[in-house]
Design a protein around this ligand. Structure first.
Ligand SMILES: Cc1cc2nc3c(=O)[nH]c(=O)nc-3n(C[C@H](O)[C@H](O)[C@H](O)COP(=O)(O)OP(=O)(O)OC[C@H]3O[C@@H](n4cnc5c(N)ncnc54)[C@H](O)[C@@H]3O)c2cc1C
Length: 402
């Protein structure tokens, strides 16, 4: 009794990365970990959940387990801006196909009500003449629309929940608070997992026929990427709803999302409520390509672990958020005294030449890696998650983008 009363009055600690405006309204049924599975997927974001849903759809007889160290969407996928973009951060790649068309097809096939709209995305830049640009903002000079490219927006909370629901309905087991601590590259592969279950911590070894590492910017030791990719925290804020007159004044009446093609970087989009999200900034700061500066700040310590310990209310992260808020208030007089309702951060993984990493693990053919979208993974992660399922089932070859 005492324990229950205590639990009811417990106040959930605020997440150190802040709270985004999205909600993931799906929790997997609590379950204990199995001893053995055909496919283990590490990471419950867009990539891992898409792969899980498709593995079970393609091969209903195979067991599929998703291990998520925190809660579904607690990585980038629940904290993203939700702009659905075409191609990859490195542009179109051999054999990639049409990412946006494929993304839409997947969301439709899995019956996910994602609120996907594809009105196009504005690229903004500091160009000499504004001409008939609908946007004219003050941000280190005049910022105007330079191009319209394919793309749009989704509600990322709905996509995370929809993918998880589709995976679970198809028969995949999803386990939250199950962190893969290490991988033994034997055959079958052995995963050592720390699982918080019913207020207790269990350590368990799971044998898996094949493994997909979809861990994004965290746990870089598992995919062996500590020297090849740089994990960062990036930031966003959301404003209170703007009036139609305010939206028209700032040039967002068309509801098109936007990102800059020159520096300082800024991206943004409207919410259904007519609030606007703006995002920018990296911590640790960007100092070069991952190949030359493996850990961004040149340090040798485990940055992946450190990322979890950044707090958006303190230190460098708080500075970056203040810098972003000041920029937003100065963009246009209509934004000067706007109320900010949400501040948050989320992880991104920067890779050499901005190429996604989608390949077998050098230590084992049974382990596949799918990470590193360089902040360009909303549509791509779901699209490549399906491709990963096909590759794990030997129905399709992996690309060779590196
Ligand atoms: C603020 C922000 C804004 C963004 N905006 C856009 C945008 O507008 N458009 C766009 O295209 N992209 C955007 N991105 C990028 C996009 O959100 C990501 O590329 C995408 O969500 C990556 O999905 P994922 O599943 O690969 O990674 P994640 O969603 O990060 O999932 C990885 C999961 O793995 C789990 N994990 C890690 N290690 C372990 C372990 N050892 N054991 C078990 N689980 C583990 C993590 O907890 C996490 O949940 C943005 C990112 C951020 C942070």
């Amino acid at each position: 009794m005492r324990r229950k009363a205590h639990r009811n009055t417990t106040i959930r600690k605020a997440h150190p990365w802040g709270t985004p405006p999205w909600r993931v309204d799906f929790r997997p049924a609590p379950s204990s970990l199995p001893d053995q599975v055909d496919f283990a997927i590490v990471g419950g974001g867009f990539s891992g959940l898409s792969a899980a849903a498709w593995l079970r759809r393609f091969a209903p007889g195979k067991s599929v387990l998703v291990l998520e160290s925190a809660s579904l969407g607690d990585g980038a996928s629940g904290r993203t801006g939700g702009m659905a973009l075409s191609e990859t951060a490195a542009g179109q790649l051999p054999g990639l196909g049409d990412v946006l068309a494929g993304y839409k097809k997947i969301l439709d096939a899995l019956r996910i009500n994602s609120r996907l709209t594809l009105p196009g995305v504005w690229e903004l830049g500091h160009s000499a003449s504004a001409g008939d640009s609908p946007i004219s903002w003050n941000d280190s000079g005049e910022l105007i629309v330079v191009r319209l490219v394919p793309g749009g927006t989704v509600d990322p909370g709905r996509v995370v929940a929809g993918l998880a629901r589709a995976a679970e309905n198809a028969g995949a087991q999803i386990v939250e608070r199950a962190e893969v601590r290490s991988v033994d590259f034997a055959n079958p592969v052995r995963l050592r997992v720390r699982h918080e279950f019913r207020d207790r911590i269990q350590q368990k070894e799971i044998r898996a026929g094949q493994v997909l590492l979809a861990t994004n910017a965290l746990s870089l030791k598992l995919p062996g990427l500590r020297a090849a990719a740089a994990p960062k925290l990036t930031f966003a804020l959301a404003t209170a709803p703007l009036s139609a007159a305010q939206l028209k004044a700032i040039g967002l009446g068309s509801r098109r999302p936007f990102y800059t093609v020159d520096l300082p970087y800024l991206w943004g989009r409207l919410l259904e409520s007519n609030g606007v999200i703006f995002g920018a900034g990296l911590v640790p700061p960007y100092v070069g390509t991952p190949s030359r500066f493996p850990l961004g700040d040149g340090s040798k310590k485990n940055v992946a672990r450190d990322l979890r310990h950044y707090d958006v209310r303190r230190g460098q992260s708080a500075d970056r958020i203040r810098w972003l808020e000041n920029r937003v208030r100065n963009l246009h007089p209509a934004l000067e005294s706007v109320r900010i309702t949400h501040h948050w951060g989320g992880p991104i993984l920067l890779t050499e030449k901005m190429l996604p990493i989608f390949r077998r693990h050098p230590c084992s053919k049974q382990v596949m890696i799918l990470v590193g979208y360089n902040g360009h993974g909303v549509a791509l992660s779901v699209y490549l998650g399906k491709w990963a399922a096909e590759a794990l089932l030997a129905r399709r070859a992996l690309p060779s983008w590196e």
